[in-house]
Structures are given as C-alpha cells and as structure tokens.
Design a protein around this ligand. Structure first.
Ligand code: NAD
Length: 411
C-alpha cells in the first residue's frame, strides 16, 4: 500500500527515476530476537524490528508498536509513512518505526518491562538522540518510553533524555505530548469544517478506536461542540444518536479491565457492532484504531462525507478510489495524525535544550504548524484538482526528493 502510494505520486510529480528507486527502499532494517523470562519461569523469544526508512531530512523518527500482527512489512510501511509525515509538516526528521510481535494483553507489566528493556538493548546499536528517536505507538505509552530511556541511560552511565519521546513528564517528557495526536486530529477536523463553512455544532462524528488517539480526539471534538454519536474499541462499539457522554466513557476506561469499553452502560446508549460503527450515518468518520479498516469490501457502505484518518493507513488505495467516486473527502493520516510527532519534536528540542515550555506555548506551536500544513495541502489539492492525500504526498515526496538531490547519492 505504501509503495503503491509512492508510485502514484512519483508519476504525478514527474519524480526523477533515480530518486524514486532510492525512496522505494528503507535505508536500514533490523530484526532482533528478544528472549524474555516469563513470570511462570519459562523463556519466550519474541521477534522485534526497527526500520529506518529515511534519514535524508534529519534523524529518523517513529513509534514502537506491541501487537500480535507486527511484521517486518508492516513496520517498513509505517516507517515510510513517518518519512512523509515529518516532511509534510516540515519538521527536521526522517522516518522510522519499530515493533515487537507479542500480545501485551496476555503479559504482566513485569514481563512487558523485561521485554522492553531487552528489545531496547537489541536495537541500541542503531538508535540514538541524533540518529533515530523512538516514540509510543499501539499498545506502548509513557511507561514504555521511560523504560527505554532508563535502559539506554544505564548503559551510557548518564541520563539520556533525547533518546526517546513520549516519556513521562517527570522524566523529560513534554506537556501536551499524550494528547498531541488527538489534538491534531481535532485541529484537522475543525480546519476541514471551516474550509467547508460547516459549524462544529451541526456536525456528527463516529470514532473507531478509543485509545490514545481516538479517546483524546473524541473528547476534544465534543468540547468544541461536535456530537460524537458512536465510538468503538476492540471490545465493541457504542451508539447514542443524541451524542455520547465522552467524559463518562473516559472515566469508565480509566479503571475497566485492559482499559476497554466492554461492559459500559448508560441510558440512551446502545451497543452496536464494530462494522455498524464504520457505516454510521455521520458527517465525519475518524478511524483511530489500526490500518486496513476501510477496504474495497466495505467502502461503498460508508455514509460519512468526511474521513479524518487518526490511525496510520486505515484506508486501502482500492477503498480510496471508491470513496473518491462517491465524493468523500479524506484527510490523510500523514497530515491528520501528525500532532503526535510534532509535539515529539518539541519534546526532543526541550530535552536537548534542557529548557521546558509551558502547555500554552506547546499547544499554540502545535496549532500553528498543523494549520499551516493543512492549508498548504488544501491549497495544492484545490490548485492541482487532486485529493488531499495526493496533495500531501506531492508536498512530502518533493521535499524528501529535493533534500536527497542536494545531498547526492553517497559516495
Ligand atoms: P492505542 O493502543 O492507544 O489505541 C488503539 C485503539 O484501537 C484501542 O482502543 C483498541 O481497542 C482499538 N482497536 C483495535 N482494533 C480495533 C478494531 N478492530 N475495531 C475497533 N477498535 C479497535 O493506540 P493509539 O496510540 O491510539 O494508535 C491508534 C492509531 O493511531 C494507530 O494506527 C497508530 O499508528 C496511530 N497513531 C498513533 C499516534 C500516537 O501518538 N499514539 C500518533 C500517530 C498515529
């Protein structure tokens, strides 16, 4: 999917075939075995990856995912998307991604901590504050990043803050980082509504995924007056045509088993299937779970007029074609969910300077970058009569290609 997208944009911008050839391959991919002593005394060996797609515009940057479906191909695609994402919002990073194939829901916190520390040591030869800076992704969070920071620090014999972003605030993390991706999804959604002259108060939204991105996005958009009528997580979906009580749902998942919505009850709120959520009659659909959710098998049933991609790669190219024919506007992942990497960049800058900003400065700087990037992509899409994804890719790939051309092919 990532390669298909690159080929399409290469054709559109007349990309030099020599540059195209280079951009089709990750710079470096590492597969590691991660032996972990499990609580019951047996040893399990997990497989982990770290892929550095491009360092042409700066150090590689990208999250680490813990999931049973992690494969090298998936990590490669996610690393490519990170490259385009950093370029489209013009922050001085290349792209990377990491993952461990495991089911964290079946592991204890101690097992996950040991796995994280061993995985960190195994990828230590290629990561670094000026080389490749990991961050959270699916099923990893501030705790995981704290363990990575501590592991690297123990080896270096000093506290190394800039090795990873998304850390706990007390360990050199940035205010606003946890909420940044969801906040970016909110900013992109509001910017889209503004361009279309639509009032947030007359806007209905369905959100797939109630994790870091989905729950914060839903919360902030409901605070802007939008009506969130459906949300889901891996355990099921919930629907209320009058608007869900997102604060109540957030409160519920704070203490529920595995922080899932399973068992949530509230008057006026009914349970629907995960499929039904995707097909709800709403203005905006925000997929914020995993990739490949909107496919050629279900795209024709999607009623939402606008899709804001909180997740990475939720729409397949085949589905996108069907949506385009229906006139659905898709705000692509590389733009819509870039809030996380933007505030990660702020965190890294603060760590390097050892000087921390207040939340107002962080949120204002995030908003400025996101609105500028959104407007740039929107204008190009209008001028070239292409969809938002194509416009975003045209901007991103041109930036990476120009940097590569100026650096030249080594040696
Ligand atoms: P998370 O683990 O916090 O949340 C994922 C959510 O999706 C959970 O609520 C889970 O139950 C739900 N889910 C999983 N499978 C589902 C299914 N089949 N149907 C409905 N819900 C399902 O992860 P996250 O950090 O919120 O990431 C979500 C997506 O956003 C991923 O694609 C990730 O790559 C992307 N993303 C995350 C960040 C970030 O800062 N966390 C930044 C950019 C992009």
């Amino acid at each position: 999917m990532a390669l298909k997208q690159l080929d399409t944009v290469a054709q559109k911008i007349n990309l030099d075939p020599n540059i195209h050839t280079v951009l089709k391959k990750p710079e470096r991919e590492l597969t590691v075995s991660v032996p972990v002593l499990m609580d019951d005394g047996h040893t399990e060996v997990f497989t982990g990856h770290r892929v550095q797609y491009s360092s042409v515009r700066g150090p590689c940057k990208g999250g680490i995912r813990y999931h049973p479906d992690v494969t090298l191909d998936e990590v490669k695609a996610l690393a490519a998307w990170m490259t385009w994402k950093c370029a489209v919002v013009n922050i001085p990073y290349g792209g990377a991604k990491g993952g461990v194939r495991c089911d964290p829901f079946k592991m204890s916190t101690e097992e996950i901590r040991r796995m994280t520390r061993r995985y960190t040591v195994m990828i230590m030869p290629i990561i670094g504050g000026r080389r490749d800076i990991p961050a959270p992704d699916v099923n990893t969070g501030a705790d995981t990043m704290g363990w990575i920071m501590d592991t690297v620090s123990m080896f270096e014999g000093r506290t190394v803050l800039d090795i990873v972003t998304g850390k706990p605030i007390e360990l050199g993390g940035s205010l606003g980082r946890r909420e940044a991706t969801g906040r970016g999804v909110m900013i992109s959604s509001l910017q889209l509504l503004k361009k279309l002259g639509k009032d947030p108060k007359d806007t209905t939204i369905a959100v797939q995924g109630f994790g870091n991105v989905g729950s914060v996005g839903a919360d902030l958009l409901s605070k802007e007056g939008c009506k969130i009528i459906a949300v889901s997580d891996v355990s099921g979906a919930f629907y209320n045509p009058k608007g869900l009580d997102i604060l109540d749902m957030l409160k519920y998942v704070k203490t529920s088993k595995n922080h899932l919505l399973e068992g949530y009850k509230k008057d006026g709120t009914e349970q629907i299937s995960n499929e039904e959520l995707l097909f709800s009659d709403v203005d905006v659909l925000i997929p914020a779970a995993l990739e490949n959710q909107i496919t050629d098998k279900n795209a024709d049933k999607i009623k939402a007029k606008f899709i804001v991609e909180g997740a990475n790669g939720p729409t397949t190219p085949e589905a996108e074609k069907i949506l385009e024919d229906k006139g659905t506007i898709v705000i692509p992942d590389v733009l819509a969910n870039s809030g996380g990497v933007i505030v990660s960049y702020f965190e890294w800058v603060q760590d390097i300077q050892a000087f921390f900003w207040d939340l107002d400065q962080i949120n204002a700087s995030l908003e400025k970058i996101m609105i500028n990037s959104f407007d740039g992509v929107w204008s190009l899409s209008q001028k070239e009569k292409v969809d938002m994804r194509m416009a975003a890719y045209m901007i991103a790939v041109t930036k990476v290609a120009n940097a590569l051309r100026q650096r030249g092919i080594f040696p």
